[in-house]
Design a protein around this ligand. Structure first.
Ligand SMILES: Nc1ncnc2c1ncn2[C@@H]1O[C@H](COP(=O)(O)OP(=O)(O)O)[C@@H](O)[C@H]1O
Ligand SMILES: [Mg+2]
Length: 215
């Protein structure tokens, strides 16, 4: 495939949205090829329907494996309709979250197995793997604190503790993935100021995309 597939990963509150908002315009300005920014479900109609099923608060009985299969199905359709055509057209595709998120959240967070979720997603993607993954690393507590910053009630209740344990498992899985795929995953310390995180991220992208970069 002609294009370059890049994904952004990290726990909730790591800063993926904030960093992409600043960095993607830089890519668009400096790359010799078109840039497509996307995120699941990425405007693919079927993917959106599937996503609604997953996120519908009425679906309290949803089994964790059902959830993992639905995420993989939604991803598959987004990949077929959006990511693959853009790569075939030679674009640099930047996607907010991809398979690593499922391995971390469903595999480790929900505890149904990182290898099993990896295999399921390998079927969904036919092995399409990002050329580069920028992993924005923060401890779960930092990400959650950022998200909850607007909350007046700062009491740490039992539900929050469960949430924090879940997010600790997610982060641990991300760190394992980063250690196991050093050739693909670059870790950026996302506890730094947003300016510094963006600068580090841009440096990583610039190095990786040197062949396409123009001043
Ligand atoms: N480096 C940073 N330092 C402090 N706050 C940050 C930083 N990056 C993001 N934030 C804040 O944290 C919150 C979550 O950021 P967001 O970009 O939505 O993260 P994500 O998309 O990874 O969940 C936002 O309120 C954002 O302003
Ligand atoms: Mg986000």
């Amino acid at each position: 495939m002609a294009g370059v597939f890049i994904t952004f990963e990290g726990p909730d509150g790591a800063g993926k949205d904030s960093v992409l908002r600043r960095v993607v315009p830089e890519l668009t300005a400096h790359l010799r090829v078109p840039v497509l920014e996307t995120r699941e479900p990425g405007g693919a109609r079927i993917s959106e329907h599937i996503r609604e099923l997953i996120l519908d608060p009425a679906n309290t009985e949803m089994d964790p494996r059902t959830e993992a299969i639905l995420y993989a199905a939604s991803r598959r359709q987004h990949l077929v309709e959006v990511i693959r055509p853009a790569l075939a057209a030679g674009k640099v595709v930047v996607c907010d979250r991809f398979v690593d998120s499922s391995i971390a959240y469903q595999g480790a967070g929900r505890g149904i197995g990182e290898d099993a979720v990896g295999a399921l997603n390998n079927f969904a993607t036919e092995g399409l793997t990002p050329a580069l993954t920028v992993y924005l690393d923060v401890p779960a507590s930092v990400g959650l604190a950022r998200i909850n910053a607007h909350r007046r009630d700062t009491q740490f209740d039992r539900l929050d503790q469960e949430k924090e344990d879940f997010h600790d498992r997610v982060r641990a899985a991300y760190l394992r993935l980063a250690a196991d795929h050093r050739d693909r995953i670059v870790t950026v310390d996302a506890t730094q100021t947003l300016d510094q995180v963006c600068a580090d991220t841009l440096a990583v992208l610039r190095t990786h995309l040197a062949a396409y970069w123009q001043e």
